[in-house]
Design a protein around this ligand. Structure first.
Ligand code: FAD
Ligand code: NAI
Length: 329
């Protein structure tokens, strides 16, 4: 196969995975992302008290291709195993819930993984693509929101979350229709930093009560430096949807009140607190598509929404889109 010019729209884990597989196969790939950085829902907020993971909290590795790739990431030092003191909180209260599952995180922050993977790849940031336009016979051009034209490209991989992928996939109607079926749920995330360590053994907690569904002690993850005691709280999809337009100050109060309730003590004053609203945090149901392909158009789509909302699935979906494009099984 001759070397092709390929555009990948979205530099989250799925887009990066596709871009890497296509580059390794000898093609010229350009990634586009609307954000200033990369990594998508793997995201870390930099603060003077340390970096906090506001999106994906950790990942597990079950598929053998992914486990093989993970070994490389561990060797590079981009990720490390995290073994938190794991708890659960439900109607019976707070108690340990240790298990045998291996969990991994980017080190020293989640985005260290995307940073590492992007080495040697071409990424254009702060560029929101709004349309694919066919130019002449088979080549595609990308139009961004400033009406700038990028390309031409022989193939396009759309790696944006489903709702954002739909308009881009319009030239491949059945792909747009598939993406339009996917409902993605919102999620509020809160970062909070305390000067003194909270008096608790909890380092991570699955919550099955109130508005939260996850609590983690960010400072307990490998490679995190600084003396502050940093925590990240995540709200349930249902509560987040109900409070989608609630003022951030109120979100902060409500989520901290739930945190205090789970912990069973009053919280000290925080040094720093920051709320982030994810409009498209996770697909509400797991599709089984792997990736989507319209080879007759040269358009492909991938993302966690093609396989289920986990980092491993995002990586596998990107790889599968690349393999479909390359004609591999
Ligand atoms: P994304 O990471 O969303 O990447 C898509 C990219 O496309 C983004 O960077 C976006 O800016 C860009 N984009 C969108 N539209 C355009 C456009 N028009 N033009 C240009 N660029 C565009 N997974 C786990 O495995 N473990 C967890 O603990 C976990 N916790 C999570 C907690 C939260 C709060 C959230 C939000 C997610 C969590 N996830 C977790 C899910 C995990 O983050 C995702 O499954 C994974 O990161 C998705 O990768 P992706 O590449 O499919 O999409
Ligand atoms: P995993 O195997 O650790 O967890 C899967 C689910 O099993 C957990 O959500 C939890 O409900 C349950 N569980 C696992 N271990 C447990 C324990 N020791 N005690 C009690 N319950 C336990 O990880 P996996 O399968 O890789 O899932 C990824 C994680 O990402 C999940 O926790 C999921 O909820 C989270 N996620 C969060 C999103 C958000 O927006 N907040 C979006 C997408 C994923």
């Amino acid at each position: 196969m001759h070397a092709m010019d390929i555009a990948v729209i979205g530099a989250g884990l799925a887009g990066i995975s596709a871009a890497k597989a296509l580059t390794d196969a000898g093609h010229q790939v350009v990634l586009f992302d609307k954000s200033r950085g990369s990594g998508g829902r793997m995201s870390s907020k930099r603060t003077e008290y340390g970096d906090m993971d506001m999106g994906a909290q950790y990942f597990t590795a079950r598929d053998h291709h992914f486990r093989h790739e993970l070994k490389h990431w561990l060797d590079q030092g981009w990720v490390a195993e995290w073994q938190p003191a794991l708890f659960i909180h439900d109607q019976d209260g707070l108690r340990p819930s240790q298990d045998e599952q291996q969990r991994f995180v980017g080190a020293p922050r989640m985005t260290a993984l995307s940073r590492g993977l992007l080495e040697g790849l071409k990424l254009v940031t702060e560029t929101r693509i709004i349309q694919l336009q066919q130019q002449g016979d088979k080549a595609w051009e990308l139009i961004d929101e400033q009406q700038q034209v990028h390309g031409p490209f022989d193939r396009i991989v759309v790696a944006a979350p489903a709702p954002q992928a739909v308009p881009l996939l319009e030239p491949a109607v059945h792909l747009a229709q598939a993406a339009a079926q996917i409902d993605m749920e919102p999620g509020w995330a809160l970062a909070v930093s305390f000067a003194e360590p909270l008096d608790t053994p909890v380092e991570a907690c699955f919550v099955r009560s109130g508005c939260l569904d996850w609590i983690s002690r960010n400072s307990s993850k490998p490679g995190r430096t600084g003396n502050a005691d940093n925590w990240v709280l995540q709200a349930t999809p249902a509560w987040s949807r109900e409070h989608i337009d609630t003022d951030k100050e109120e979100i902060i109060q409500l989520m901290l009140a739930s945190f205090s309730k789970v912990m069973g003590f009053n919280l000290p004053a925080a040094n720093f607190v920051h709320a982030h609203r994810w409009l498209y945090a996770r697909p509400s149901a797991d599709a089984q598509w792997g990736a989507l392909a319209a080879p007759e158009k040269g358009i492909y789509a991938c993302g966690d929404w093609c396989m289920g909302g986990r980092m491993e699935n995002a990586w596998l979906s990107g790889r599968q889109a690349a393999h479909a494009l390359l004609g591999l099984r």
